[in-house]
Design a protein around this ligand. Structure first.
Ligand code: PLP
Length: 316
């Protein structure tokens, strides 16, 4: 269950958690007109820090632009709003959910008099696919549902409506006993998980589907590409046939929620040795070292929340 915090940021002001309410006839409820983000704030050695905050908010504003929603705040203002919010709720680590939506006004598909509302909320959150998933890996399936096709719902926008497709994928996987489902794109090539990008490793090379395969341009996906480059592991963006999942040496998911999660089987076919592979482990450990502040923040990905208590050194 969601753990309530004290404050939510609404159109530039901090309001009480319980006051962040919508009318049932708000445009978003009938027509799915929201764009949103999922961001993590990590408990680092130097206090809490938001991972790639400006990049997430840039994607939020991009998503809004695709849907002709005018957000009356800049990327900097919303990013600063996230910092204020985490500080006000006094959290060491949390998940942050920015949402831009069409609110209450007219009723009808054309949003003529529906205000744009911007919200930021945050709460404490653990591992998305379970604590063990990070080390042991997860069992997944290829979904019978196809990912949203080009020129239907735009995949580059992180819109609430896209997650009706994600729900179908995730619920089907769940009811068949899998941790997650992998969707194919409209051409039958690998797209992504219901809430994660995917990477396939074979012969020391990492492959990941291109943006044209109906994938969300993941912020973690981009982080993996940059980390792999530093580790001299080649990454190729290319269309990937489904069957490569079965003969891959390693497969893993990336995402804000899933972080870097190994996949140990697909459709009950064991991937590689059936446990976290060496390339996944290398990337994963570099990723966690950066986000927890153990390694130097060489890419400038951490935005510190000044004002929340820094960790005290452990006395000896
Ligand atoms: C459909 C989908 N793909 C990929 C991702 C991963 O993106 P990110 O790394 O920016 O969280 C997410 C999560 O936001 C998602 O919902």
């Amino acid at each position: 269950m969601l753990q309530a915090t004290e404050k939510i940021w609404h159109n530039g002001k901090l309001i009480k958690w319980d006051d962040a309410k919508l009318h049932v006839l708000a445009h978003v409820v009938s027509y799915g007109s929201s764009v949103f983000e999922g961001v993590r704030c990590y408990d680092t050695m130097r206090g809490p820090a938001i991972f790639r905050g400006p990049e997430h908010i840039r994607r939020l504003v991009d998503s809004a632009k695709i849907y002709r929603m005018d957000v009356p705040f800049t990327v900097e203002q919303i990013t600063q709003g996230m910092v204020e919010l985490v500080r006000a709720n006094n959290l060491q680590s949390c998940y942050i959910r920015p949402i831009v939506l069409r609110g209450y006004g007219d009723m009808g598909v054309l949003p003529k008099h529906n205000p744009i509302e911007t919200y930021l909320a945050c709460w404490a959150w653990g591992k998305y696919l379970g604590d063990e998933a990070i080390t042991q890996g997860v069992d997944v399936c290829v979904s019978s549902w196809t990912r949203i096709a080009p020129n239907t719902l735009p995949a580059l926008a992180k819109a609430g409506a896209n997650y009706m497709n994600s729900q179908l994928i995730r619920m089907e996987a769940n009811s068949n006993g899998y941790a997650e489902g992998i969707a194919l794109d409209a051409s039958g090539y690998i797209s992504e998980g219901s809430g994660e990008n995917i990477f396939v490793v074979r012969d020391g090379k990492i492959l990941t589907p291109p943006l044209g395969a109906s994938v969300l341009p993941g912020i973690t996906r981009d982080a993996i590409v940059k980390i792999a480059a530093r580790l001299n592991i080649p990454v190729v963006e290319t269309i990937i046939p489904r069957e490569l999942l079965y003969i891959a040496d390693e497969v893993f998911f990336s995402g804000t929620a899933a972080e870097v999660t190994p996949i140990r089987s697909v459709d009950r076919i064991t991937v590689g040795k059936g446990s976290r592979g060496p390339i996944t482990e290398k990337i994963q450990s570099r990723f966690f070292d950066i986000v927890t502040g153990k390694a130097e923040d060489e890419f400038g990905w951490l935005l510190p929340i000044a004002g929340v208590r820094e960790k005290q050194p452990v006395g000896v």
